[in-house]
Design a protein around this ligand. Structure first.
Ligand code: GTP
Ligand code: MG
Length: 197
């Protein structure tokens, strides 16, 4: 995918601050520090359009981006980071549910998992919530550069087992090597070209 335009639009908590619902949109979610922002930067060929950090939990808002004047990406705040104050953690779920339930232009969600870890209770809870609502999900396992081929295959089948999907349906990704970038773009184009809800 050629990226000729990518820009940050705004951060929002509630619908009155979302950008207008006039372009197909996809959201990116996952636990804190899993590598969400890095996945988006890799897709957009940018080093730092989306802020990445070694300190988890620094993004506590929905961040909207516009891509090629045709699509919007939404970077969700990570979940499951113990040091985020309890009050902020409580705000995550209603903020995200309101967005997922109400956003007409939303075509699907990219759920990002760390290849080295089994899905957390929060991952599984989001996963089943999405399945119940029939929202399209692309499951991505990232940081695959951190494991050997063997370990990777073992982990991916364990993760897939927890999700109740086949291992082949998980997309392998690395922001470090760029592996999986084209495959993820193909999956995204299929979603973004789809029908409105
Ligand atoms: P929050 O927004 O804080 O929840 O984090 P995030 O999920 O957006 O993660 P982010 O992209 O900021 O990455 C967290 C850390 O993991 C950073 O230090 C990244 O450099 C590193 N990282 C992200 N993706 C990869 C990857 O594919 N491979 C390796 N080796 N490191 C990665
Ligand atoms: Mg982030």
């Amino acid at each position: 995918m050629q990226i000729h335009q990518a820009r940050f639009l705004c951060s929002a908590v509630s619908p009155e601050h979302y950008p207008p619902a006039d372009l197909p949109e996809v959201a990116f979610a996952g636990r804190s520090n899993v590598g969400k922002s890095s996945v988006i930067n890799t897709l957009l060929n940018r080093k730092n359009l989306v802020r990445t950090s070694k300190t988890p939990g620094c993004t506590q808002l929905l961040n909207f981006f516009e891509v090629n004047g045709r699509w919007r990406f939404v970077d969700f705040p990570g979940y499951g980071y113990a040091k985020v104050p309890a009050e902020e953690r409580r705000r995550w779920r209603p903020m995200v549910e309101r967005y997922l339930n109400g956003r007409r232009t939303l075509r699907g969600l990219v759920l990002i998992l760390d290849v080295r870890r089994l899905p957390s209770p929060e991952d599984l809870s989001l996963w089943s919530w999405l399945q119940e609502r029939g929202l399209a999900v692309i499951a991505v396992v990232t940081k695959v550069d951190k494991l050997s081929r063997n370990e990777r295959a073992k982990q991916i089948s364990a993760i897939a087992g927890r999700l109740g999907w086949g291992p082949e349906s998980l997309l392998r990704f690395s922001a470090t090597s760029g592996e999986g970038r084209e495959e993820l773009w193909s999956a995204l184009e299929a979603l973004l070209g789809g029908q409105e809800r």
